[in-house]
Ligand binder design. Structure first.
Ligand code: AMP
Ligand code: MN
Ligand code: MN
Ligand code: MN
Length: 274
């Protein structure tokens, strides 16, 4: 069975509207989908209000938080999007994103690229303002050839126009997802480029805080990485989740839908949600 528990829409940095995502998932024979936009439930709410035959929509979002000095992403699945504590957390994340956007734009201005805030906001529309909006603006203005180049030169972690953000602590975020009735999933564990020891420490803290699962598939991944993450989940007594992390149609990315068979019988979040 194909499912997808990690996707992005125009409510954050994805290119498709939630309704377009649902149609695409349906056309690809995906049976269950979560729209997990960065720090907002508006994409999920729109998806939940859109019904498509033979496709179950699971509520979700992807929350930014911090663990030590690193920004970590936690996907929350099956949350009640209207729960008060979650709403309050999202309001604080809105402010953090707005403030960060201002700082990024100031830095770009200082580097001789004025007008980034209005430009990025225009591309974000009513959605959450994200670094890819700045990257796309830099491409549109001719400052960078591709978004990847814009990240490499200015927007990537620690680069000249990046700005550290005091995201909530990991434990706060995990607790908030649980309080909203959801299952916290550690997103793309290999993207943090931690040593094995540090990754285990992260999983240990995540589990102790109430974390439930780790993503063993996030987009295109080597089978050796899936095997490594499956072992990690087992060792750390965590369930598994899978998703494409689809943002847009592009040749290097994964399309919607991951086969649940990849879990090889490990405890899985879809067994808890479907
Ligand atoms: P933000 O949460 O606003 O800091 O933006 C993070 C998003 O930027 C990620 O979810 C990716 O979609 C995108 N991203 C991060 N690093 C890169 C990169 N090197 N090249 C292109 N996109 C990136
Ligand atoms: Mn993204
Ligand atoms: Mn992420
Ligand atoms: Mn994502």
């Amino acid at each position: 069975m194909l499912i997808d528990f990690h996707t992005h829409s125009t409510a954050s940095d994805g290119a498709l509207t939630p309704a377009e995502l649902l149609s695409r998932a349906q056309a690809r024979d995906v049976k269950a989908l979560a729209v997990t936009d960065h720090d907002t439930v508006s994409g999920c709410l729109e998806a939940m209000a859109t019904s498509v035959a033979d496709l179950k929509v699971v509520s979700g979002l992807e929350l930014s938080c911090r663990w030590g000095g690193t920004t970590i992403h936690i996907v929350g699945l099956g949350v009640n999007p209207a729960q008060q504590g979650l709403t309050a957390l999202l309001a604080s994340l809105d402010r953090l994103r707005e403030e960060r956007a201002g700082r990024i734009a100031e830095k770009l201005d200082g580097l001789g690229m004025p007008g980034a805030l209005a430009g990025a906001r225009g591309l974000a529309g009513s959605g959450q303002i994200c670094r890819p909006h700045f990257a796309n603006w830099l491409v549109n203005e001719g400052y960078a050839k591709t978004a990847g180049v814009a990240f490499d030169k200015w927007l990537g972690n620690g680069k000249a126009a990046d700005s550290k953000t005091q995201w909530p602590e990991l434990a706060t975020t995990v607790t908030a997802i649980r309080a909203a009735g959801g299952l916290p999933v550690l997103a793309h564990p290999l993207k943090y480029r931690f040593t094995r020891t540090k990754l285990r420490a992260l999983c240990s803290d995540f589990g102790a805080a109430g974390g439930i699962a780790v993503e063993i598939v996030n987009g295109r991944q080597a089978s050796s990485e899936i095997a490594e993450l499956s072992r990690l989940a087992q060792e750390m007594d965590l369930a598994v989740s899978i998703g494409s992390d689809f943002h847009r149609d592009w040749p290097h990315g994964a399309d919607l839908g991951v086969d649940t068979a990849v879990a090889r019988g490990l405890p899985a979040v879809w067994e808890m949600l479907l």
